[in-house]
Design a protein around this ligand. Structure first.
Ligand code: PEP
Ligand code: MN
Length: 351
């Protein structure tokens, strides 16, 4: 195609290029221009020797192309802006640092270790876990009160009672806490008890929940959906940012593939890729990614080498008796050993 038009715009300003078919008529081109203008945008025709293209200018965000795409004479619509503009590095080149009650994630210093049980099961269990992970050097305590279990007969979590226990265990150990919210009507209680709100893999595309969580003043841990592409993952984060919440940490937790030997397939290449594409910090959860306790330490280290800003690991005081995800949970001793072995690597990576 021969471009003869002059399309001057600020970087990031041109949002779309509409390529017309070679036999598009003038009235079809006019109709496309009118449709663009009706959307409140500027249409800039770029006549070529074979076909005309129309640049679309004047919008800082992503433009929904559904009405344009169907118009007669339109061959192709090329998006210049990404659908996840606010989370992209093009828009915001400096890395975002997320502050979870004083613990900084993404500051390029120490990776943050989040650890704790899959589910809060009892006062004794969560207090013991908190003490163990704190002693080993974790920065944030995790624990689920509302559990998204695959089947209705599995332990569903302690709900409000669990939230309260987590809040108290966090306060007693001096660790900020992160826990999952599954529904909008749980959000007030979760915000009252937690320092960071987790959106789980199964809710990554619960858009109403994302919008609501985008309006709160708490940092968010957004886990990748188990079959979400990177574009879908970043677009989910875009919902949070577009509602005003920029304190978002992404979490790779493995994706569904044909492989059954591990619970999921840990897609570690997304760590450096997301670091290139987005300014948001990214952490890795090797517990849900592998489903196997023996793989958790080594895959955590692999994640750190790949550039993860932190790790989320399931730790239970007595994993064999865990009500949820015991097979992938480390004991307090295992976690302590893992941390001791990993601190050398962290020092090495910093230098
Ligand atoms: C969890 O972290 O408790 C959890 C349920 O993980 P995911 O949403 O990644 O499956
Ligand atoms: Mn779990």
């Amino acid at each position: 195609m021969h471009w003869s038009g002059n399309l001057e715009c600020d970087e990031g300003d041109q949002t779309m290029l509409i390529v017309m078919t070679h036999d598009a008529t003038d009235s079809q081109i006019d109709a496309v221009e009118a449709a663009v203008q009706a959307m409140g945008l500027r249409a800039e025709p770029i006549p070529g020797s074979l076909r005309t293209a129309i640049g679309v200018l004047g919008n800082q965000g992503y433009v929904d192309d559904t009405t344009i795409r169907e118009l007669p004479g339109v061959r192709e619509v090329i998006h210049v802006s990404k659908p996840y503009k606010l989370v992209s590095r093009d828009f915001h080149p400096e890395s975002t640092i997320v502050d979870v009650a004083g613990v900084k994630i993404g500051d390029g210093e120490h990776p943050v270790m989040m650890a704790g049980p899959c589910s809060i099961e009892s006062e004794d269990q969560i207090f013991a876990a908190a003490e163990q992970v704190k002693a080993a050097g974790a920065g944030i305590l995790r624990g689920g009160a509302f559990k998204p279990r695959t089947g209705p007969h599995s332990f569903q979590g302690l709900g409000l009672e669990g939230l309260e226990l987590l809040r108290r265990a966090g306060a007693a150990s001096g660790l900020p806490v992160v826990t999952e919210v599954m529904r909008i009507d749980q959000l007030d209680d979760v915000c009252r008890c937690a320092d960071m709100v987790q959106i789980g893999a199964r809710n990554m595309q619960n858009f109403d929940l994302l919008k609501e969580v985008g309006r709160i003043a708490k940092p968010v841990l957004l886990k990748r959906g188990m079959s979400a592409t990177i574009e879908e993952f970043l677009s989910a984060a875009e919902y949070l940012l577009s509602e005003g919440n920029g304190q978002v940490v992404l979490c790779e937790r493995g994706i569904r593939t044909f492989e059954k030997a591990t619970r999921n397939t840990l897609d570690l290449s997304v760590v450096p890729l997301i670091r290139e594409m987005s300014h948001l910090p990214i952490i890795v959860d090797p517990s849900h990614a592998t489903g196997k306790r023996s793989l958790v330490p080594v895959m955590s280290r692999a994640a750190l080498v790949a550039g993860a800003h932190g790790i989320m690991v399931e730790v239970h005081p007595d994993p064999d008796k865990a009500l949820c995800d015991g097979a992938q949970s480390l004991s307090g001793d295992d976690f302590n050993k893992f941390m001791n072995e990993t601190n050398h690597l962290i020092d090495f990576l910093k230098n």
